[in-house]
Design a binder for this molecule. Structure first.
Ligand code: ADP
Ligand code: MG
Length: 381
């Protein structure tokens, strides 16, 4: 462990830490709003991580500190944790302790020092990074022997039941399970996963991430409403989930649904098909072919699912107009980030075109970076 990480921990917690764990943020290549419909997703982990320096405590207390927080320690008793009692950022790590205890795992207290370079609220899943780093730390500190997918499911349980966000399992699976140089092709029903090689550099391509730096409040209630709409549609169609509706059966199914549910169903079914088409292209080494699929995915999120916004639409339009092969919003929506597939030689040009378009529209300057598929949660020291 670096002297600096140990010193930071010691300053806050007054003792030496026993280790450091890291878990990444993610971008989803394709497969948006499919994970709570039992469908397919294809995320990559980012090089950006949330790091947790930690040690066990014998007194059953959790003492939680974040370098991105307000400078105070949140001090909680493990046996008093229940949904609703923690309302600050600390609900994410506390929720993981709670979920592990609820599942019957023998854990005790801990001191945590959190530090992260995953942008928060940018659709890059800083929440899953925080949960998965916590889960990885507790798994090792208490010798639980849980697998990465098991930790991801417990992290999702923490976010759903303790924090109160009805998210699917994609973000946590990406943060826990991704490997270097691959995208994670995940069946969210069975959690069957395959690491699909994604060598952007060999194809002369880059994945440009454009963080629009906006998050519209509308998103919070809207996400739950969309999820409920999808579940209602599946129920009306007599299906376990929208994943069970094939593209061939889509037109007939749409005729049987009330008009307000049709676009939701069309998005989910066509999006699942875009994930499998993307994987076929990757398996055949045709990365450049992904461009139009990404852009079609964005149109579906914008026109059918209704989760786009002026900033993400403009980022997609400007990137494609400047020569990106394709672009789409990534993450739940109502702001957040856009990904664009761009020839290596055109990255600067595309980034500048997006910035110029934002200036003309009077939007705040977006943050851009290129992403390489990186590794999931692990112990680093
Ligand atoms: P996203 O996951 O897209 O970044 P969310 O709204 O799901 O957005 O999660 C962001 C929230 O996660 C923050 O508002 C904060 O409460 C919590 N969080 C994430 N990373 C940190 C961190 N390093 N320190 C403190 N809180 C964090
Ligand atoms: Mg999140």
């Amino acid at each position: 462990m670096t002297d600096e990480a140990a010193a930071d921990f010691e300053t806050v917690h007054g003792a030496r830490p026993s280790g450091v764990w890291a878990a990444p943020g993610r971008v989803n290549l394709i497969g948006e709003h499919t994970d709570y419909n039992d469908g397919f997703v294809l995320p990559i982990a980012l090089p950006h991580t949330t790091r947790i320096t930690a040690r066990r405590r014998a007194d059953g207390r959790l003492r939680l500190f974040s370098a991105q927080g307000d400078g105070t320690i949140t001090d909680l008793a493990l046996d008093r944790l229940k949904p609703g009692v923690v309302t600050s950022w600390a609900a994410y790590p506390a929720g993981v302790f709670w979920a592990l205890a609820e599942a019957g795992h023998a854990i005790g207290g801990a001191d945590l020092f959190v530090d992260s370079d995953v942008p928060t609220g940018a659709g890059l899943s800083s929440s899953a990074a925080l949960e998965c780093a916590t889960a990885a730390a507790l798994n090792d500190l208490y010798g639980l022997g849980l697998s990465a997918p098991e930790l991801a499911v417990l992290a999702q349980r923490a976010e759903n039941a303790f924090v109160g966000v009805p998210c699917g399992v994609m973000d946590q699976m990406a943060s826990a399970c991704c490997t270097d140089g691959t995208a994670l092709f995940l069946d969210t029903r069975t959690l069957e996963q395959r690491h699909v090689p994604l060598d952007l550099a060999a194809a002369g391509l880059r994945l440009l991430v454009i963080d629009t730096r906006v998050k519209h409040d509308l998103g919070d209630g809207a996400y739950a409403a969309l999820r409920a709409g999808c579940e209602r549609a599946a129920e009306l169609l007599g299906l376990p989930a929208l994943r069970d509706l094939s593209a061939a059966d889509l037109p007939a199914a749409l005729d049987r649904l009330p008009s307000e549910l049709r676009p939701l169903v069309r998005h989910v079914v066509t999006e699942d098909a875009r994930v499998t088409a993307t994987v076929e292209h990757l398996d055949a080494g045709r990365i450049a072919e992904l461009g139009p699929i990404l852009t079609a995915g964005h149109a579906s999120l914008r026109d059918d699912f209704g989760v786009s916004c002026a900033e993400t639409d403009l980022a997609v339009e400007a990137a494609v107009a400047a020569g990106a092969l394709g672009a789409r919003m990534t993450g739940g929506g109502f702001g957040g980030s856009v990904i664009a597939l761009v020839a290596a030689a055109r990255v600067a040009e595309v980034s500048e075109a997006v910035r110029a378009a934002f200036r003309s529209a009077g939007f705040a300057e977006p943050v851009t970076f290129t992403a390489v598929p990186s590794v999931g949660a692990r112990r680093t020291a």
